[in-house]
Ligand binder design. Sequence first.
Ligand code: ADP
Ligand code: MG
Length: 486
Amino acid sequence: MKESTGELLLEPVIGLEIHIHLLTRRKVFAPEGFAFGAQPNSYVSAVTLAHPGALPLTNLACVQQAIRLGLAIGCEINTRCFFDRKNYFYPDLPKGYQLTQDYAPICREGLVQAPLQDGTLQDFRIQRIHIEEDAGKLVHDLSDHHSLVDLNRAGVGLVEMVTHPDIHSPEAAGALLAEVRRLVRYLGVSDGNMEEGSLRCDANISLRPVGETRLGVRTEVKNINSISFVVKALQYEIARQTAALRRGETLQRETRTWDAAREVTLPMRDKESADDYRYFPEPDLLPLHIETSYLETVSAGLPRLPAARFQDYHQTLGLPVNEALTLAEDPAFSDFFEGMRPHTDAPRAAALWMLGPLRNYLHTSGTAIEDIPFSPQHLLELIHLVRNGEVNPQAAKDQLLPAMMAAPHTTARTLAQQLDLMSGTQGADLGVVMDEIMRLHPEELARFKAGKKGVESFFVGQMMRHFKGKANPQEISRIVTEKLRA
Ligand code: ADP
Ligand code: MG
């Protein structure tokens, strides 16, 4: 490389390997279950311990989950696939090899559409999705003299989703990961919980001169467990590799780790090549033969995907990007909104009510959206009562909503009547009331006429008092302004 590379314009090239724990009762080739945070080594069978004679058996629920994910992103499903052994020695892997798919992964070539911060959807090309088992966990910090091993996680079913190397910014990689997390939650394929390791990411990154089509030497940052760390690790690698290339250095292909405390990547080991693993087909497991009719059934049962919902909320409803993303983030939350939609001609207002007061209420009361006992239509009635000025917004949030939680089968209107929350202005002539209030407060009126505009709020207060707070504030303001300026 020449000395003049200081001016070299470099383009990042990123590819992600995303590991996703499958939500199934049993492990993928062993009979036991798994629970995060359980007593170490409490979910371990003879198969996981590789006792002589213990044989693996494929958990078809894992295969079904992998197919569901593959079909959701338009992959070609390999209807005759099989498993391979990936050989390596490591204490968290008693067999001495990992069961995975190398030669014939279950899914190939798909497309994930993910929303970017500017509200557009970007296409991300997926190379393959394969099924494999997770390894156990080594614990180095509980003893000064020993490393401990917890095999609970060993054998848990995973899919690994591998992208093509055509992502060009850390932010885009983050957007893809966020979408994959939404996707697996919508599909019920995984809980997508990154803190608990249900979703982890290896980020591969290289740089190349702008205009160059060949790939540069990459590093792989292993096992990152949060989206913001993936973005930061990639930003760090771009800076580190750029500096090295501009100094004229040649980069090494290597595996690195993300140090979250210091916010740097550190070298772990030289990258093994595929030859080192001596992949070969697993003789103890039957190949899979998947019927086309099964694929059709799965396809027909797929939900509307989060990216499509986001686009709809952003474009059709005109919600800002972050609000549209929040509404589409959680499938149960979005489904609740979808439940209101056919019954209202003001979907934007309904969405805003969910994003504002309802979310607030859920947060402060520690309630999950799944635990809301009333129907979307009941919430819609509450929203309409507020919109029509029949119930004051504050009272709707502080009194009517909790009442609906306690009496989920009573309609919002009935509850509002029982709680005496219906607007006290019903049937009253607001103009007449305001005339009377102005007559009773000549001094304040004079001060207003003399230019003290602040006195207006005094009259609003008097009106609200007259109606015992059960009046629509906008309606009151309007009449006060109108009368004072008459
Ligand atoms: P391995 O399994 O050995 O890590 P793969 O060829 O399966 O290698 O690639 C893993 C990931 O690395 C893929 O997401 C791929 O897109 C990405 N990748 C491969 N080569 C490069 C490169 N030169 N720069 C950036 N990413 C790359
Ligand atoms: Mg890799």
